[in-house]
Design a protein around this ligand. Sequence first.
Ligand code: CMC
Length: 426
Amino acid sequence: MSGKKATLTIGDKSLDLPVLSGTMGPDVIDVKDVLSNGYFTYDPGFMATSACESKITFIDGDKGILLHGGYPIEQLAEKSDYLETCYLLLNGELPNAAQKEDFVGRVMNHTMVHEQLQFFYRGFRRDAHPMAVMCGVVGALSAFYHDNLDINDAEHRRIAAIRLIAKMPTMAAMSYKYSAGQPFMYPRNDLGYAENFLHMMFATPCADYKVNPIVAKAMDRIFVLHADHEQNASTSTVRLTGSTGANPYACIAAGIAALWGPSHGGANEAVLKMLDEIGDVSKLDDFIERVKDKNDSTKLMGFGHRVYKNFDPRAKVMKQTCDEVLTALGIHDPQLELAMKLEEIALSDEYFVSRKLYPNVDFYSGIILKAIGIPTSMFTVIFALGRTPGWIAHWLEMHSAPYKISRPRQLYTGPVQRDFVPMDKR
Ligand code: CMC
């Protein structure tokens, strides 16, 4: 509570609403009391609505700041690693050496999936989108790990959290192997988290795959950059689903489905498709004109964000990582040049400047993923894998205190009550 009050005047009635202060960010008007006074609030798209209280992640969209547990994303990307960031999200503090060793050990101990799960994959068409497969198989985990599904038991919740973080790379790699017609590769717990994922993606039983440390580091950093982003659409979906008491695997499957859309995680795949479609620098001006045309639905994918009205700090790190990886691997990618030119035009064009549209995390990630051999259809799966600890951290946070089922109201504009019209009178 800030001690401040907001006064809402409706006709001759006036209502004092408490103003709440967080540790950072704008104050929040607590509007709960409007209900007992006969009103709902209206905010389609939740543009100005805080749906919960949270300690996990803070974003200042105007300044381009992203903090997990107070730590800037740039520092985590440079000095931490993915599993340490997962620990931070789940526990609110960085681990000491013993805690980290224990956490990494527990995650790597749970990487294998139930042998029977492979038959789920075999039920899909080989050309199914891997995100479609992931929605199905992650949801199916609740059919395999139902021994620990009591959401009111903190130990059960903790085991589900570890299992999900541990098994996502295995299931993601299996969705790729299935589409490629190659045998599934078992996880190797002697490898690091990102290394193990690359091993399951690219090794085959007849040829071992030596994981390039540059590639493994880049992969790990991509996971760190995606780990959490406060109340985005997929995380809010996980919280909303969780508020019904649904099991964690069902909640994460719901999050994966929400992430798939091109306005959210599906944008990384859409960026590469867009660069392919543009083809070369000579077509850029035409493309930008289409994006600006109100009668054309074309968007500049990888640009714009609901919260950031400045550079997405993840995009800055992603661009730097992109340069480092391409240089280290000796790859010259004309799509990177195209992307940089596109960014240059967009950052100086009045349309984008006046709307504060800056590159987001998805703008450069696809170029790195392509350079390390990840097929385009797997890009959003990689986002889902990286985002899993964030989803779980929010699910755990919600369950660590009393919560209500999420049940928004509406501004009804349909027909008023009327009597049923028999068929012969319609
Ligand atoms: N290209 C062209 N115009 C855009 C774009 C874009 N990428 N993004 C927003 N605009 C325009 C939009 O048409 C609107 O113009 P006007 O005021 O003339 O109607 C104005 O900018 C405000 O946009 P909005 O749609 O009201 O903004 P929003 O907050 O509802 O949408 C967004 C945010 C991310 C859905 C949108 O910027 C977008 O579709 N971007 C492209 C998809 C993308 O890259 N998504 C990844 C987001 S970051 C990863 C993640 O967190 O999921």
